[in-house]
Design a protein around this ligand. Structure first.
Ligand code: AMP
Ligand code: MG
Length: 350
């Protein structure tokens, strides 16, 4: 299939691109589009055949449900059966934005979109291109991240092109995604609200609005055998091709461990380091040094994380050593992605 590739500037949206993309979705096709978190791979959420195509294009397991993206708060009431006052309070504060809420679903949402569950995940993104596109597409766009399953999520149009060219109808490229990691997910479909995935909206942000929340022990605890409530969280995800190791400990010990590994690197093995601006010069001898910004700027680390993992693949890196993020605002969300990328491979060097 030929994939149409169009650029549009978020500050000056080309409405002819948006209309073309909207027509493709309404006709049952697939369009990748930018959001403030990562690029999404969209299909009409209310069309079962269209939603099924997403799984095929990504190679995504069919039990992993899709998030329905809307462009108007009122749309929630059309597809969710039980919108609680807590959900309304969260929507008022964080929508449009990087928060996904899970509700009991209405029958109008097909099983192909919900992965067979009776709940539905909904997000109202804030990216101007996403909002215009969703409205033009009919108001309900099912979209997971626009990567091949298991690859790092795409945060630029180039990333999407690498994974999806020839597999989908259209790509809308609007440059970098500001946040760079996926939305926070909270389940409001039963009992005490439960956080299922960390993201830009933090635990404290959620508590500030609705008070007590629980956190999925399979994601936030240490028991790696527990089954996560968000089916997608159980897959090895976000993963680069090389073998990845997170190096944990005091700055000095981490730095000397990585420098030693660089010095002792066997002939022919390519070693990459995911690091921070203040440490990067120490690792000059590595084959790739991916600078994720200053360690105290977790917004920047999140923004650069997936691009850094993809660069490791582009440069054929065999071993990736990653420093740990700081405990700043986005620390837990970044650590969650790093741990999955590394397949829980962590060394404590203190
Ligand atoms: P992605 O858009 O690729 O980040 O994936 C969407 C995430 O949302 C996956 O981890 C899904 O398992 C999760 N998700 C979507 N719908 C639901 C739902 N109804 N209940 C629980 N998790 C969901
Ligand atoms: Mg994904």
């Amino acid at each position: 299939m030929d994939t149409i590739y169009k650029r549009t500037d978020p500050g000056n949206i080309d409405m002819s691109v948006i209309s073309e993309a909207g027509r493709i979705i309404r006709a049952g096709g697939l369009v990748a589009f930018p959001t403030e978190t990562v690029y999404g791979l969209g299909a009409d959420a209310l069309n079962p055949a269209a939603a099924s195509k997403i799984y095929e294009a990504k190679g995504r397991p069919s039990d992993n449900p899709l998030i329905v993206h809307i462009a108007d708060i009122g749309s929630v009431y059309e597809i969710a059966a039980d919108v609680t006052p807590e959900a309304e309070a969260l929507a008022k504060r964080y929508w449009p934005g990087p928060l996904t809420m899970i509700f009991k679903g209405k029958d109008i949402v097909p099983k192909e979109t919900t992965g067979g569950l009776d709940t539905v995940a909904i997000r109202f993104p804030s990216h101007p291109v996403a909002k215009a596109f969703i409205a033009s597409a009919g108001g309900y766009v099912a979209a997971p991240s626009a990567n091949i399953s298991g690859r790092p999520s795409p945060t630029t149009g180039d990333h999407v092109f690498c994974d999806m060219n020839g597999r989908i109808d259209m790509i809308i490229d609007s440059g970098y995604c500001n946040i760079g990691i996926e939305s926070t997910i909270i389940d409001l479909s039963a009992g005490t609200p439960m956080m299922l995935r960390p993201g830009y909206v933090s635990e404290e942000d959620l508590r500030e609005v609705i008070g007590d929340i629980e956190k999925d022990p399979a994601v936030f605890g240490n028991d790696t055998s527990a089954k996560p409530k968000a089916p997608g969280m159980k897959y090895r995800h976000y993963a680069p091709k090389g073998e990845m190791l997170i190096v944990s400990g005091s700055k000095e010990r981490v730095r000397s461990y990585i420098m030693e590994r660089i010095e002792e690197k066997p002939e022919g093995v390519r070693l990459g380091v995911l690091t921070f601006s203040e440490d990067a010069p120490a690792f000059e001898g590595a084959d790739l040094v991916a600078d994720m910004g200053r360690s105290d700027n977790t917004d920047m680390t999140a923004h650069r994380l997936y691009d850094s993992l993809r660069r490791c693949d582009d440069e054929d890196i065999d071993i990736i050593l990653s420093e740990e993020p700081c405990s700043g605002r986005l620390g837990p969300a970044i650590m969650n992605r790093l741990i999955k990328a590394a397949g829980h491979n962590i060394i404590h060097v203190d």
